[in-house]
Write a protein that binds this ligand. Structure first.
Ligand SMILES: [Zn+2]
Length: 95
């Protein structure tokens, strides 16, 4: 049996997201979108993401609260906000 695929929108016109579905016929990211704002948007596209050995973040309470509030406001996951913030810091730090 074929695993269920996400029916959420993609950047490819007329084609669904297609990632493995985890709940309600949606992938994890689209399911989070539907829970947070009910409106589904195409997922961000970019370079492939990798795990960083040794990185398991524990954050000060105020930083965690900022991440959660930003994610809620933008209708994205907390991970996406953290990823964008770290990417911006990395770009700023490199010559
Ligand atoms: Zn999806």
């Amino acid at each position: 049996m074929t695993p269920e695929r996400c029916a959420g929108p993609s950047h490819r016109a007329g084609r669904p997201c297609g990632l493995p579905a985890v709940a309600h016929g949606l992938c994890e990211a689209h399911y989070q979108q539907s829970r947070r704002r009910g409106e589904l948007r195409p997922l961000r596209e970019g370079p492939p993401l990798v795990s960083v050995p040794g990185l398991a973040l524990r954050l000060p309470q105020d930083v965690a609260a900022w991440l959660e509030a930003s994610a809620e406001r933008q209708g994205v996951t907390v991970s996406e906000v953290a990823r964008a913030a770290l990417a911006a810091a990395a770009r700023k730090a490199s010559p």
